[in-house]
Ligand binder design. Sequence first.
Ligand code: TNX
Length: 531
Amino acid sequence: MRRRHTPTRLLAIAALALPLILPATPAPAAPPTPARHLSDVIPAPAHTHPDAHNAFRITPLTVIRTTPGSTAARRIGHQLATTLRPATGHPLPVLPVRSTPLPEIALLLGGTDNRIGQEGYQLDVTRRGVTIRANTPAGLFAGTQTLRQLLPADIEAPTPQRTTWTIPGGRIIDYPRFAYRGAMLDLARHFHTVDEITAYVDLLSQYKINYLHLHLTDDQGWRIQIDSWPRLTTVGGGPGTGVDGVGPGYLTKADYQAVVAHAAARHITIIPEIDMPGHTNAAQSTYPELNCDGVAPPPRTDIAVGYSSLCINDELTYRFVEDVIRELAAITPGPFLHIGGDEAHATTDEDYRTFMNRVLPLVAKYGKRASGWNEITQADTSTDHVAQFWGTGTTNASLVAATARGTKVIMSPANKAYLDMKYNANTHLGLRWAGLIEVSDAYGWDPATRVTGIGENAILGVEAPLWSETLRTLDDIEYMAFPRLPAIAELGWSPPASHDWESFRTRLGEQAPRWRLQQVNFYPSPQVPWL
Ligand code: TNX
């Protein structure tokens, strides 16, 4: 438990005593913290109505009130208090709504503006208090993330700061453009630990990201425990696995469930991916019977792609796949299960279709909706799948045809949304096959006009994948994700009418002091006026 008050109180006592013992000299000016405005938020809110006469100040008397009887609202109240206590040093008790006239931050379910929907919120700031209203806990949580950004950057400090905790007055009505706003981590090329994944989740949740896709298997490693095929992890994820043999490790089922729970508490849904029928060398080098010739290939630690394939005409393949899907579905509360399907260059087109037409129904059999990389549309005959576009071009006939049958699309164009591409030729991490991606490139596209024939209604949302061929640590992850992840988050949430590079780069610059206090390792792009 963090000790509160003491440093602030000592300073206050010293400040009172000083005039008595010293001649009056002007107090040294505190470094100016620029005043916050209601629209200084990433992602940009849908509607803001500032009221300059109605700012609210958080004081030692401020309380957090939540809808009586709602555990979800109370939980969000406690999360907000935990965020605000260290820097303010204020007690901020979380109490049910009552009429006692204390300055308050109220978190209320129901009674919203009718545009708010399932993930939106309404935030009202007057001199007497802040009220956030939403129809769902997810919306309420989103509102608290906006509130956090409306406070001075010092709110991210780990110890009490002498700052006036002013929240600009007025009203925000906010809701997302797309239902799906995702990020992806690749645990296969280099394993990332539970602590690293949950730290990333914490950052994602500040930008209203609501899905985290985990790429759990690939040629270089298998990273999720499957009880019916136990050597997948102990061998396929064991010592010497990963790119250059230095990324070993795997999630036990308990680890995975801990990640799922941590993410759920931040209104982020985990999507597990098992990549198949290609990208399967880790499984095939572990179990010889998964190869058509019954011979296990050697483990691979290089970054080549497109050389492995499961054995399409062997029934054992489908027993294996069904075991994996069944066990994974059982520990995944979210609606989606991602079956990969990319770069299956070692599988013939006919075999690819045979495989997908057997595997897609297995996902449904275990109660999940299948998603896959855009190649799955070459096999997909039903309509309930989600295809993730990762191309660098602006046309894709197979994808357009699938959307005509009802398939929904997640936009992850590699030359815009891939967080593992280098920023410039000197970036020490990352790849460059899809191009160099500066912040203005990551921000400068519209999901609904990127691919000819794939409009707003066909799009479920956007996702920023981060492949780990060159990444090892959380610092590495953060450096590639910040500041481009917030750009993709804004494309997923904010209305197209708010799209404005000058506004975005200014708001991005204001995030820097927050990231420094949170110890986020970000790329200080020369395109951004960093504070
Ligand atoms: C392509 S994108 C891949 C991955 C690599 C990535 C590196 C996709 C569906 N497949 O196997 O890790 O490029 O940027």
